[in-house]
Every structure is written in structure tokens, then in C-alpha cells.
Write a protein that binds this ligand. Structure first.
Ligand SMILES: NC(=O)c1ccc[n+]([C@@H]2O[C@H](COP(=O)([O-])OP(=O)(O)OC[C@H]3O[C@@H](n4cnc5c(N)ncnc54)[C@H](OP(=O)(O)O)[C@@H]3O)[C@@H](O)[C@H]2O)c1
Length: 162
């Protein structure tokens, strides 16, 4: 089963200077909770934005660079090989963690979305591809805690493909 997880603002912005345009520690904690113990798929730029592999997660990295290496991670050069990997593990939840290029590639194959919607407008340089949510059922919506460290209105949403 393939899922995707991302956080976006009102304008579908997801990135700035190879990191998030905002600081919301509660959302990072949510990301950790959802992805821990799972296999995660990412583009090379998102992997490098982490600085090093995230603990307790199996990393699959997509890059066109045939010489690319990252300790403890599996490297893929073709989207099809990743789709074959996912097909061979249909009983497992594998999660696409970005960025924009990779969401675009895998959206047609995703069954579940974990979305953090931040009800604000930020500056940045990387946007989500268009997602037609009429093809998806909202199954869960929770408001995130707003406080000094997390000073925005934001919501954790989950969708299943219809
Ligand atoms: N808000 C969120 O939830 C969220 C989540 C994740 C990321 N982000 C942000 O998004 C930004 C990064 O996203 P991005 O779209 O610029 O980069 P990305 O999707 O993380 O990585 C792009 C790279 O993936 C590789 N790639 C893409 N398509 C490929 C294909 N068909 N075959 C083989 N390799 C392929 C290429 O690597 P090579 O150049 O090595 O060939 C490409 O440069 C950052 O700002 C990050 O912080 C935000």
C-alpha cells in the first residue's frame, strides 16, 4: 500500500531553500509518528535536506546519478523499479515523503494521503503538484495545537482514494 505525507500552506507551498518554509515542531513529531518503522521514498534533494538518514526508517532514494551513494539507504534510478518494489510488498505501508517531483510521479499510485494543512501564506520556492481531492474521501481531520512553538492554525487530514 502506498501513502504520501506532506505539509502545505494555503497556496500549496511545501519548500523553501531545500527545507520547510515554516517551523512547526508538532508537525515534525507527527511526521515521525507516521513514518517510524516504515519504508520511505524520497527524491535525492529531500534526502539531502535531512542531512542524514532518519532513525528507524528504511530510505529509498530516487536519483538519476548512477554514482550516488548514501550509507544505509537503497538507491533507485528508475521510477519503475520503485513501483516493482512497492508491488512486491503490497501488505506493507510504504510512504512517499517528497519532494514535489516525487509527489508528482507517485500520486497516481497512492492510496492514502497524510496532509498537514497550514492555514497561512508563506514565501518559498517549491509547490505541490495539483491534487484533485474530489477523487479522495476525507477520513480524518484534527486541529493541531497552536502555541508559542507552533504559532499557526494547522490541521492533520487523512484521505483514502475513492
Ligand atoms: N512540506 C513538505 O511536506 C515537504 C516534504 C518533502 C520535501 N519538502 C521540500 O521540497 C523541496 C525538495 O523538493 P524537490 O521537488 O525540489 O526535490 P525532490 O523531489 O526531493 O528531489 C528531486 C530529485 O529527485 C530525482 N528525481 C526526480 N525525478 C526522477 C526520476 N524520474 N528518475 C530518477 N530520479 C529522479 C532527481 O535527483 P538527481 O538530481 O540526483 O538526479 C531530482 O533532482 C525542499 O524544499 C524540501 O524541504 C517539503
Amino acid at each position: 500500500m502506498l501513502a504520501m505525507i506532506f505539509a502545505h500552506d494555503r497556496n500549496y507551498l511545501i519548500g523553501k531553500d531545500n527545507w520547510m518554509p515554516w517551523s512547526i515542531p508538532n508537525d515534525l513529531a507527527y511526521f515521525k509518528e507516521i513514518t517510524s518503522g516504515k519504508t520511505i521514498i524520497m527524491g535525492r534533494k529531500t534526502f539531502e535536506s535531512f542531512g542524514k538518514p532518519l532513525p528507524n526508517r528504511h530510505h529509498l532514494i530516487l536519483t538519476r546519478n548512477q554514482n550516488y551513494q548514501a550509507e544505509g539507504c537503497e538507491i533507485f534510478h528508475e521510477m519503475q523499479s520503485l513501483l516493482d518494489y512497492i508491488d512486491q510488498r503490497s501488505d506493507e505501508e510504504i510512504i512517499v515523503v517528497g519532494g514535489a517531483d516525487i509527489y508528482q510521479l507517485f500520486l497516481p499510485y497512492a492510496d492514502h494521503l497524510y496532509i498537514t494543512y497550514i492555514d497561512e501564506e508563506f514565501e518559498g520556492d517549491t509547490y505541490l503538484p495539483k491534487i484533485d481531492l474530489t477523487n479522495w474521501n476525507l477520513i480524518s481531520k484534527k486541529k493541531g495545537i497552536k502555541n508559542d512553538q507552533n504559532p499557526y492554525d494547522y490541521y492533520f487530514l487523512q484521505y483514502n482514494r475513492k
